[in-house]
Ligand binder design. Structure first.
Ligand code: DGJ
Length: 733
């Protein structure tokens, strides 16, 4: 029942557990978007978008004069996919430059078919699953042999609908895509906000909310990566929607490169959203008989606010986007040496750290940047993936064995997409790096970006990675990317095809990731881009966790992990306990607070454990045991944001919760991020419990009714020091 085709009404309706998405072929053969929102009994919902009024200054296709809609205009009807050049003046998804130089397209319905299971996209990441259903609707331009195949994937259980568009050129000559965005969504009448997650390095995914009005509201990246600065995920929500109330549409791009998500109200107050590849610096030729695939967009609709939407995304990302043996397995608790040593280490130092860490229960040792070429700082050697055997005091295999002998698995850092000018690879192949002829390139962190639009460049790096990964006992890889793309010019493409390079770079990267992750199914891969600069659904398809931020301060992490949690699950968020004063902001926080915050991520360590006091080591030992005890509940429970870290005027605490879906057990974490004198008692209201069941907190004597914990909450004591944190384990009495 996920896809219902009504041939009488010519409607195509997608149903999930709680949502409904309806399209219709109208009298002119246009595919119209009737509705997306709360699930209803079937009816043809065309009346909302049909063109009965006379929209001012909106041109009419001549064919409409003979129909019952003489005022029909593309500038008014709710198209399922919109094009520039055909009288549509609003936000459009597509711009097609035909071989004869004309701009414009009027695609009409050709056919529709359903498939069992979820479609996949060649060379691009996408949600997957046999339990999903696929609908493919094909449209064709009225004049040219250009086809548009609209793919929809329906995951009923998670209220998730995906969409992609494949453009197929059956003309004799090439066409140019000047804009190829995946999503075009008309919303039901009303006023909406766009909630987006902006930031910068070390301050990723800060929650912000803007009213969608007649001026366009957009977020985008033109950096060649999804970026720290904007995340390819938004929530379009009723202006009064909150965690538990109101319509909320989550929209996530399954793409890691340049993107744009825009929304606007049109002249008649209807809201449209478009999302996909950013058309700035994009111009893609589709050759005769060729195709172009737009990256996938995933949407979740919730009629009960943000929490429900987040939980659908969390489950779908965990189960139907992440792949490989680690997607649901308990990941090893790791220690990473970066903040402990930076570049200043040798094998003895690493083994000493591993030795101490093992005693506390750590399971995996990760050697970060600095192990290859002559890399003792960030000025050189990227591209030369040859172990520095002087620094490693032997071969990489020997080091991995020394770590294994300590009873630990061994992991390693790479930055495969970049190259230092001071490297053997650059000296041999300067053309491998993006740079323009006759112009000095922009240097960022002393490095350039490799031209992954070229297969021979990707192959070179693939072969180097394979050589390293085959040479030692490697169980984990951290895949970093520490600058953005400038000097976009590929020597392999003619000038008229340079507008393809950003997207071809992404295709090259995805190809490399697919090859490497398939070849090494037993390696756990963690994605990173100067922390959380590429925390998106695209990367999560290849690697189930992402280093959330280079900012490891527990208090700053409250906001970063809060923002990240709107789309992405706890299991994806790399989170480590680091030293104090914190290296990024000098803040001093209790070790327990640092641990509690890292629990709601992958939990690991990032400090020099050989310098810790016995008391600190005992605390880490306790934390590792506690984290393992709560692992299943934390990773697989339903996640609720209870108190925001952005509203100190409402509460001094930030609080969040994970609860078993049957409401039998919950874990609430509170962190006080402000101090105050004579504070009023603070109560935290829990979610997801069973109203008429009795519960205890941390095994205490007192019993609380589920309804009272949800309606009144429990009291959080005021601890008399800065940045305290507590865990409240709620179990059935
Ligand atoms: C940036 C990462 O986010 C850090 O964790 C570390 O791996 C450095 N790069 C190493 O250069």
């Amino acid at each position: 029942m996920a896809i219902v085709i009504n041939n009488t009404d010519k409607t195509y309706t997608l149903y999930t557990k709680n949502s409904m998405y309806q399209m219709k072929v109208d009298d002119l053969g246009t595919l119209i978007h009737n509705y997306y929102g709360e699930k209803m009994e079937y009816s043809d919902l065309h009346y909302y978008v049909e063109c009965t009024e006379i929209p001012p200054f909106s041109p009419n296709p001549i064919a409409c004069k003979k129909t019952k809609y003489p005022n029909y205009s593309y500038n008014h009807i709710g198209e399922e996919i919109s094009f520039s050049g055909n009288g549509e003046f609003r936000l459009t998804a597509m711009s097609i430059r035909n071989a004869d130089g004309t701009l414009g397209c009027e695609p009409k319905f050709v056919s529709a078919r359903t498939e069992k299971g979820k479609y996949s996209l060649k060379g691009l990441p996408a949600f997957y699953g046999d339990e999903a259903d696929t609908l493919v609707i094909t449209l064709k331009d009225t004049i040219y042999d250009i086809y548009f195949h609209l793919y929809y994937g329906v995951f009923e259980e998670y209220d998730l609908i995906t969409r992609s568009v494949v453009v197929e050129n059956k003309e004799k000559n090439s066409i140019k895509l000047e804009k190829a965005m995946t999503l075009n969504l008309e919303l039901p009448s009303g006023s909406y906000d766009m909630i987006y997650f902006r930031g910068r390095h070390m301050r990723e995914r800060m929650f912000e909310r803007a009213r969608i009005n007649h001026a366009q509201t957009s977020i985008e990246s033109v950096r060649g990566a999804s970026s720290h600065h904007e995340n390819p995920f938004v929530i379009i929500a009723d202006k009064n929607a909150n965690e538990d109330f109101g319509n909320a549409y989550g929209i996530a791009l399954v793409y890691s490169g340049n993107f744009k998500i825009s929304a606007e109200k049109d002249q008649w107050e209807k809201t449209r959203v478009v999302a996909g590849i950013n058309s700035e610096n994009f111009n893609f030729e589709v050759e005769s008989q060729g195709t172009f695939t737009c990256p996938e967009v995933a949407m979740v609709y919730s009629n009960e606010g943000f929490a429900k939407m987040s939980n659908c995304f969390h489950k779908a990302i965990r189960n139907n986007l992440c792949r490989g043996k680690f997607k649901n397995a308990r990941r090893p608790i790791l220690i990473n040496n970066w903040e402990g040593t930076y570049f200043n280490f040798n094998a003895d130092k690493l083994v000493a750290m591993a030795h101490e860490a093992k005693k506390m229960g750590v399971e995996l040792f990760v050697m970060d940047d600095g192990w290859f070429g002559k890399r003792d700082n960030d000025c050189c050697a990227l591209g030369d993936w040859t172990p520095n055997e002087t620094k490693l005091q032997g071969t990489l295999m020997e080091l991995s064995q020394r770590i294994n002998n300590e009873g630990m698995k061994f992991g390693i850092w790479f930055e495969p997409e970049c190259i230092s000018e001071d490297s053997d690879l650059y000296r041999a192949h300067p053309d491998f790096a993006f740079q323009m002829p006759n112009r000095a390139p922009q240097i960022s962190r002393q490095q350039l970006v490799l031209d992954f639009s070229r297969k021979e460049v990707v192959d070179n790096i693939y072969n180097q990675l394979v050589k390293v990964l085959d040479s030692a006992n490697i169980s984990y890889v951290k895949w970093d990317f520490n600058r953005h793309i400038t000097d976009l010019y590929s020597v392999s493409l003619p000038s008229e095809k340079q507008g393809e390079v950003y997207h071809r770079y992404m295709l090259g990267l995805y190809d490399l990731l697919e090859r490497i992750t398939t070849k090494y199914p037993d390696i756990l891969f963690e994605s990173c881009s100067g922390g959380g600069g590429r925390f998106d659904c695209g990367m999560l398809y290849y690697m189930p966790q992402v280093w959330t931020s280079d900012n490891s301060d527990a208090i700053d992490r409250l906001k970063i992990q809060y923002g990240t949690s709107f789309a992405y699950p706890v299991s994806a968020m790399g989170a480590h306990v680091s030293t104090c004063p914190n290296h990024q902001n000098a803040r001093v926080t209790p070790l327990k607070t640092r641990g509690n915050v890292a629990y709601f991520g992958t939990y690991g360590l990032e400090l020099d454990v050989t310098k810790m006091t016995d008391e600190e080591k005992a605390e880490i030992t306790r934390q590792i045991e506690e984290f393992k005890k709560y692992y299943e509940l934390i990773q697989r429970g339903d996640y609720y944001r209870l108190l925001s870290p952005f509203t100190p005027e409402e509460s001094l605490f930030c609080a969040w919760e994970t609860v078993k879906p049957d409401g039998s057990e919950a874990l609430v974490c509170t962190v006080r991020y402000e101090s105050d004198a004579a504070t009023a008692p603070e109560f935290v209201k829990v979610k997801g419990l069973v109203k008429n069941k009795w519960y205890r907190i941390n095994g205490g004597e007192e019993k609380y009714l589920g309804a009272s914990l949800m309606n009144i909450g429990f009291k959080v004591p005021y601890d008399f020091f800065t940045y305290p944190s507590r865990l409240f384990h709620i179990t059935e009495a």
